[in-house]
Design a protein around this ligand. Structure first.
Ligand SMILES: [Zn+2]
Length: 164
C-alpha cells in the first residue's frame, strides 16, 4: 500500500480505495482546508460556479431585505406556531441539560417519583414536549398499600394521601 503525506498537515495517511488520487488526509481540519481551497480555485476559474455561489442564503437575504419581516406580517399563524415550537425546543433543552448535569442526583438509582402536572402532561407522556411543570419528589419509604391511581388521573389539589 502506498503511504503518502497529507498536503496540509504533512502526516502520512492511507488513501481511500475509493479516492486513489487522494492527497489530503481525513482529518476534519485538513478536509476543511481542502474544501476551502477548492472553493477559492473554483470561484476564480469557473464563472458558472461563481454565479451559483452568488445566491448563497446570506447574499440572498442581503438582496431581499425585509422579506422575512413581510412574511411574518402576512403569516401570523406561522409566526405563532414557530414561537410555540421554539418554547418547546427550549424546554426540551433545559430538561436535557438537567439530565446531563452530573451534580444532580442519579435518578435511576434514587427512589423518586416524577409527577407531571398541567395541560400538556398527556402529550409529554407521548414523547412530545409540552406545557407541563415537572416536579421531582422524593418518594416515601415503600408501604404495603399500592398507589390508588396513575398521576394523570390524580386530581390536582385533592388530598394526597389515600390512607389519611
Ligand atoms: Zn492532514
Amino acid at each position: 500500500m502506498g503511504d503518502r503525506r497529507c498536503r496540509y498537515c504533512q502526516k502520512s495517511f492511507q488513501p481511500s480505495k475509493f479516492q486513489p488520487r487522494q492527497t489530503v488526509c481525513s482529518e476534519a481540519e485538513c478536509q476543511r482546508k481542502r474544501r476551502a481551497d477548492y472553493h477559492r480555485r473554483k470561484l476564480a476559474s469557473d464563472p458558472e460556479y461563481r454565479d451559483g455561489c452568488r445566491d448563497s442564503p446570506r447574499k440572498w437575504r442581503a438582496r431581499n431585505p425585509g422579506y422575512w419581516k413581510q412574511y411574518r406580517q402576512k403569516n401570523p399563524a406561522a409566526v405563532e406556531q414557530n414561537r410555540e415550537q421554539q418554547k418547546l425546543r427550549d424546554q426540551k433543552r433545559k430538561l436535557c441539560n438537567l439530565a446531563n448535569n452530573t451534580s444532580a442526583l442519579d435518578l435511576k438509582h434514587s427512589a423518586a417519583k416524577v409527577w407531571l402536572i398541567g395541560s400538556g402532561a398527556a402529550h409529554l407522556a407521548n414523547n412530545n414536549s409540552a406545557h407541563s411543570q415537572v416536579f421531582v419528589i422524593q418518594a416515601l419509604p415503600p408501604r404495603p398499600v399500592p398507589p390508588a391511581s396513575s398521576c394523570k388521573q390524580h386530581p390536582a389539589g385533592s388530598a394526597e394521601d389515600p390512607a389519611a
